[in-house]
Structures are given as C-alpha cells and as structure tokens.
Design a protein around this ligand. Structure first.
Ligand code: GAL
Length: 334
C-alpha cells in the first residue's frame, strides 16, 4: 500500500512507500521530491529520518525549495547564463549574477508534478512537461522521475526525458542527508569514501574552473575513506572559497563509487549511478535555514556542471526525439 496524505497547500500530497524491513520513503509531488528516508535503526525499532526535510510545500517554498527535489533541465551553474546548442546560442534566465543555477527560476522543483502510483513494484512516477523556451531552454521536454523503494532497502531513482527540439539536459536529485537523523548536528564526523582520482576546482563565482585536479594530498581525497572534517577546517583555498564542499568529483567506473557511514556507525549509505560525477554540497550557508552550518550534505549524481560551455566536460546534449535515461541508487544498510 502506498499511503497518500495531505502535504500543506491543496495541491500538495505526500506519498509514503514502505518495505518489509520497515524502511519508509516519503515523497511529494511538489518538485518530484524526496521528503524523508526513514530507517528503523533506533532502539525498539524506532525510526531515524536520514534526510533534511520540511513538513509542507509552503515550508519548502519559504525556506529552501531545493532539498530532495528533482532539478531539471540542467543542474548546477551555467556560465554567462547561455550556451550554444548545435550552433545556435540560447540565453537562459539569470538567477545568480551572470549565471543560471539549477535550471533558472520557478522551475520544476517548485511545480506540482503529475503522479502515477505502482504498488506492484513499490514505486511512483512523477511526470511534467517543460515548455519550449521556459527559462530560455529549447524544446518541449517530457520528463519523468521514478522512485522505487526496493525490498533490499535501496531508493532507486530513474529519470527519463524526451524533447521535440535539440536541447541540453542534465538532471539530478538534490536530497540532503544527515545520517545521525539530527540536522542540528554538523556532518563533520561522517566517514566518506569516494572512488575518484580527480575533482573540479571552482572559481570566485562558484563556477567550475574548467579543469580537473588530482585529489592527491588535498582534502578532496576520500579514496580510502576520511571524514568531511578534513575540509571543514577551511585550510585548503578551495574549501575556504565555498566554506566547505560544493564540488564535483569524477567517479571511477566502479559499482558503488560513494559510501558514507554515520558517526555512530549504525547507518551506511552507498551510491550507484550511471552518471559520471557526484556534486557534494555541505550546506555551507546556514541562512538556508533548514539545518545548522554543515548540517547536511547532498550527493548530486549528474554530468559535470557547466558541461554545455566546457568542451572537455562531456556532452549534455539531448537531441530531438532521443530518449534520455539517468539511474541513481541510494542503498541503505543498518
Ligand atoms: C548546490 C549548489 C550550491 C547551492 C545549493 C542550493 O547544488 O552547488 O552552491 O546553490 O545547490 O542551495
């Protein structure tokens, strides 16, 4: 049974998926968003919420509309708020000075998506149509975001898209985790392993510099496991620049390139994806209100940010009629 509950305004609903292990995944149509991931890890089977969550669409709207949401059409920052697609230059809405962040303003993370429940597979598919020219992006793009809670405690996300014009497309999910279940505690002591030899340094404007840098000898080296604390001291200029982590890593082609373990070692999260990179943002500006400074971290699996303007960053072109597919799996163990 997928339980449907109210979630704030009249248009907002919350959907609760449960599996036999007692894990719960709650989602909302507002932004095709993950609200909570609950695991029965506390004493006597008590639930721990592993995500940074709000309790209604209005609360997300008032505080921060990114947590848990589906970000389309293009995650991350686009330099100059423009790109050339098949020889034609398109200008996008600037929602930061001279840049477009996470697809521009009022985009699908703030829209109410259509919903189809599939109880047989314990999954739910959200869908939306992005209008041609919305925020400057070409093409009517039909997007689906499917979430499945598996019997073996994974949250599987699949995005598909198809456009009627050549366009660019690079979606992600912007869920934030704190595996202690308490976003008033910072995530410094989470143990992190990232199978990545290189990361992408940023410039003053938070845009990728357009080069890859080896992680060797830097606080970006998580190859054998380390805590976020190694970057939170802000000694490295790249950590100082953004007050923590807000960077992409280029993932090795291995089954589960990212692993995070809670400080009490009760919860383990591993990530599998068909995407080339993970962007980790450690909630570096508490003005965002939903957690303390460094109180949560995102694991945004995606193509590289600003790939549309950096030739070496891989293509995010979605050709007319082509079917796009992105798969990411967050596996939990406790
Ligand atoms: C991240 C981005 C951060 C910040 C955040 C939204 O993906 O890299 O710089 O903008 O989204 O609050």
């Amino acid at each position: 049974m997928i339980e449907v509950r109210p979630f704030g305004s009249e248009k907002a609903k919350q959907y609760c998926l449960v599996n036999e292990a007692g894990m719960q995944l709650t989602l909302t149509n507002f932004g095709a968003r993950i609200v909570e991931i609950l695991v029965p890890v506390e004493e006597n089977g008590g639930l721990r919420n592993l995500t940074m969550s709000a309790s209604s669409d209005e609360e997300y709207q008032a505080k921060d509309a990114y947590p848990g949401a589906t970000i389309v059409p293009v995650a991350g920052r686009i330099s100059g708020a423009q790109a050339e697609i098949k020889g034609q230059t398109y200008r996008f809405t600037e929602n930061e000075p001279g840049r477009t962040l996470h697809g521009g303003v009022n985009t699908a993370n703030e829209q109410y998506w259509d919903v189809e429940l599939d109880e047989a597979t314990n999954s739910l598919t959200f869908s939306i149509q992005l209008a041609d020219g919305f925020n400057g992006f070409p093409g009517n793009v039909r997007v689906t975001a499917r979430y499945r809670l598996t019997p073996d405690n994974a949250v599987e996300i699949t995005y598909t898209a198809q456009s009627d014009k050549d366009t660019i497309f690079n979606p992600t999910n912007h869920v934030y985790f704190n595996l202690t279940g308490d976003v008033t505690q910072d995530v410094a002591d989470h143990r992190v392993r990232i199978a990545a030899q290189t990361y992408v340094p940023l410039g003053e404007d938070n845009l990728p510099l357009g080069i890859l840098e080896a992680v060797d000898g830097t606080p970006f080296d998580f190859r054998t496991g380390a805590t976020f604390a190694q970057g939170f001291s802000l000694e490295h200029p790249q950590n100082a620049l953004v007050k923590g982590y807000d960077h992409p890593w280029i993932l090795d082609q291995v089954a589960e390139p990212v692993e995070v373990i809670s400080p009490d070692q009760k919860v383990r999260l591993t990530v599998a994806t068909n995407q080339p990179a993970v962007v980790i943002y450690t909630y570096n500006f508490p003005s965002e209100e939903m957690a303390t400074y460094h109180g949560a971290f995102s694991l945004e699996c995606q193509g590289l940010p600003n790939a549309c303007n950096v030739p070496d960053f891989g293509s995010i072109l979605l050709e007319k009629g082509q079917i796009f597919e992105h798969k990411t799996r967050y596996q939990f163990a406790w």
